[in-house]
Design a protein around this ligand. Structure first.
Ligand SMILES: Cc1cc2nc3c(=O)[nH]c(=O)nc-3n(C[C@H](O)[C@H](O)[C@H](O)COP(=O)(O)OP(=O)(O)OC[C@H]3O[C@@H](n4cnc5c(N)ncnc54)[C@H](O)[C@@H]3O)c2cc1C
Length: 325
């Protein structure tokens, strides 16, 4: 039986391995950094499964393919199906209207309705509620995929893959730039904070002309606060400006966030192609799955299905880059 070798155990590699195993294939995985952890971009994500909100600023496939991600993840990890709330301060209401014009799948809600959903956001008079959206805890999702794969007989090699491996699928994220020359890094900075004084149950986006913020609840008063989008190749440190803007936006959402403890600072580079859409490519006998940009968890299921279609059935889904198939 053919053994498929998946190289890289970020969300792309684990999702590809999971999809292949679900279709009965035999798989082994290589990652010199070991099990998923802070070395991978996937560790720092918010985990929002928010195709309608993302469509405000993304191509149509993100909306269409992203909707199927919620059920894909629900079969593998805990999915919180409690929607997304988008709010803006009174002076930024034009931004809320612009956001509404560019997407759909929402209802417009007033102060009482916002309060009914999130009592700690009573200061906002208008919002958009995307009821069908969901979120996951990315670290839990990586952990769950990793252990499900091990339980299903997938061997993990915590070392580099040998050269000239047959049936290889390269999911090295930005490390694949040595072969994918049009891949670039988009810097993202995030914070994890603890603030038991504020209680939110769903991801909230605050529209702000300078720094649109999202905040994702992780439970027990812990929140992921993100994320900057900077065209840069340096992922070493958060800048003072980003830190100030992220924390100011949280403070604008609810001043009680001023008392939050900062638990973690995360910085990484999202792997992205020029149009910010992911691709499956075949180059020199290796299948490459990459370019998840800011849609790692949202589009990894569609990317994985595209790889499995190509690898197992030689079927070309829309993910396949026909110039390199
Ligand atoms: C701050 C921030 C917030 C984000 N928020 C979201 C969000 O809310 N929702 C969302 O969907 N996406 C989000 N993203 C985007 C998402 O994190 C990325 O799209 C995704 O992590 C890319 O996954 P990947 O598997 O391609 O890369 P990675 O996670 O970087 O994985 C690549 C793996 O390859 C391994 N590797 C490297 N070299 C080799 C080698 N030679 N051999 C074998 N293995 C190797 C690495 O060790 C690593 O484990 C966010 C990103 C950032 C930075």
């Amino acid at each position: 039986m053919t053994v498929w070798s998946v190289i890289g155990a970020g969300v792309a590699g684990l999702a590809v391995a999971s999809e292949l195993v679900a279709r009965g294939a035999q798989v082994q995985l290589f990652d010199p950094a070991g099990p998923p952890g802070p070395h991978g971009c996937s560790w720092w994500a918010g985990g929002m499964l928010a195709p309608w909100c993302e469509y405000e600023n993304a191509e149509e496939p993100v909306l269409r393919l992203g909707q199927a991600a919620i059920d894909w993840w629900a079969a593998r990890t805990q999915v919180h199906r409690c929607g997304t709330l988008v709010v803006a301060n009174a002076r930024d209401l034009p931004d809320l209207r612009r956001f509404a014009r560019r997407t759909d799948g929402y209802s417009e809600i007033n102060r009482d309705e916002i309060r009914a959903l999130e009592p700690d956001l009573g200061a906002f008079g208008k919002g958009l509620y995307f009821e069908a959206e969901a979120h996951i805890d990315p670290r839990q999702a990586l952990h769950d995929l990793y252990h499900q794969l091990r339980d299903n007989g997938v061997t993990f090699h915590h070392g580099p893959a040998p050269g000239h491996l047959a049936n290889a699928i390269d999911c090295r994220g930005l490390h694949a730039r040595d072969m994918l020359h049009d891949l670039r890094g988009v810097k993202g900075e995030m914070l994890v904070i603890r603030c038991p004084d504020v209680s939110l149950t769903r991801p909230v986006r605050l529209l702000h002309p300078r720094m649109p913020l999202y905040i994702v609840p992780r439970g027990d008063g812990i929140y992921m606060l993100g994320a900057t989008m900077i065209e840069a190749e340096d992922s070493s440190r958060i800048t003072a400006r980003s830190m100030l803007e992220l924390l100011s936006a949280a403070y604008a959402l609810n001043p009680a966030f001023g008392e939050a403890e900062v638990l973690e600072i995360g910085v990484d580079l999202r792997p992205a192609f020029p149009d910010n859409l992911p691709r499956v490519r075949r180059l020199g006998g290796v299948i490459f799955a990459n370019g998840l940009y800011r849609h790692g968890y949202l589009l990894a299921p569609a990317l994985a299905q595209g790889v499995a279609d190509l690898a197992l059935e030689n079927k070309h889904s829309e993910m396949v880059d026909e110039d390199c198939a």
